[in-house]
Design a protein around this ligand. Structure first.
Ligand code: 4H7
Length: 223
C-alpha cells in the first residue's frame, strides 16, 4: 500500500485519472490511496486568497507559504512522508525516479498555480520534480503523471504482473514494433518472422528492432 496526498487548488482535475479503470481498481483493492487537499481551505484571508503580490513589484501573483504550510501540517504523518514540489525547475522525471518513489510508503505532492511559489515553500519539501521542459498552468498534470507512473509499479496494480517488466524503459530501450490483424493492411505486410512461429527468432528480431529504434530515436538512452 502506497499513500499519496495531493495539495491542490483544483482537486476536480484528478477525477478522470483516479477513475481510470486501472487506478480505480488499485484504490478499491487498497493497493494505493489518494487523498486530495484543497489548500484554499487553509487560507486565513477574508476572501480565501492563497496568493499575493510579489515583493519588489512586478506583474502576477505568488503563492503564499501559510496555506500550504498549514495544509501540509494537517496531514497525518506528514513529517515522515516524502514531500515533492512539482515545478518546471525540478529534476527531470524518468522511470528510475518512478521506481525509487514506488518504494515509498507515503508521498505528498504539492501543486502550484499562478506565477509561482514563495521561495520559502521549497524548504517544506524533500525534492523538486519536473515532468519535462515545458510550461503548464499548474502542477496537477505532473502530480497525476507521478501518481499514475508510480502506481503501476506497485505489485498487483497491473493485471499482468509481467507487463511492467516488459515495458519500454524497463530494459533501457524503446519498445519494438508491434502488429496485429490484418496480416495485409493496404499492401503493408506484417514482417515474416512474426508469423514464422519460431519464437527464438522472434525474440531475437524484437531485441534487434528495439535497439535499432532506440539508436535512431533516443541515442541518449543507450548506456
Ligand atoms: C511551480 C512554479 C510543473 C509550478 C511555477 C509545473 C510545468 C511543470 C508551476 C509554476 C508547471 C513541469 C505557474 C510557472 C504558471 C508557469 C505560467 C506550475 N509547469 N508555473 N506559469 N514541467 N506549472 O513539470
Amino acid at each position: 500500500m502506497i499513500k499519496f496526498d495531493c495539495l491542490t487548488l483544483f482537486p476536480e482535475m484528478f477525477d478522470g485519472v483516479l477513475n481510470d479503470s486501472i487506478l480505480k481498481r488499485a484504490i478499491t483493492n487498497n493497493l494505493i490511496e489518494v487523498n486530495l487537499h484543497n489548500f484554499r481551505d487553509f487560507s486565513k484571508a477574508k476572501h480565501h486568497n492563497v496568493d499575493d503580490t510579489p515583493y519588489g513589484g512586478g506583474a502576477g501573483m505568488v503563492l503564499m507559504c501559510g496555506p500550504i504550510y498549514d495544509c501540509l501540517h494537517s496531514i497525518n504523518g506528514f513529517e515522515k512522508a516524502h514531500k515533492i514540489l512539482l515545478t518546471p525547475q525540478g529534476v527531470p522525471y524518468n522511470q528510475d525516479i518512478a521506481k525509487r518513489l514506488s518504494k515509498e510508503e507515503h508521498i505528498i505532492l504539492i501543486c502550484g498555480h499562478y506565477e509561482g511559489f514563495d521561495e520559502r515553500i521549497r524548504t517544506f519539501v524533500d525534492e523538486e520534480i519536473s515532468i519535462g521542459d515545458y510550461i503548464l498552468t499548474g502542477g496537477e498534470i505532473p502530480a497525476m503523471a507521478i501518481i499514475d507512473s508510480v502506481s503501476r509499479l506497485i505489485p498487483g496494480v497491473l493485471h499482468n504482473e509481467d507487463s511492467a517488466h516488459t515495458d519500454s524503459f524497463e530494459n533501457g530501450l524503446l519498445e519494438c514494433p508491434q502488429y496485429t490483424k490484418p496480416y495485409d493492411f493496404m499492401g503493408m505486410l506484417v514482417p515474416d518472422v512474426l508469423v514464422s512461429g519460431n519464437h527464438q527468432e522472434i525474440d531475437k528480431w524484437r531485441e534487434k528492432e528495439a535497439l535499432k529504434r532506440t539508436k535512431l530515436r533516443r541515442k541518449d538512452l543507450i548506456k
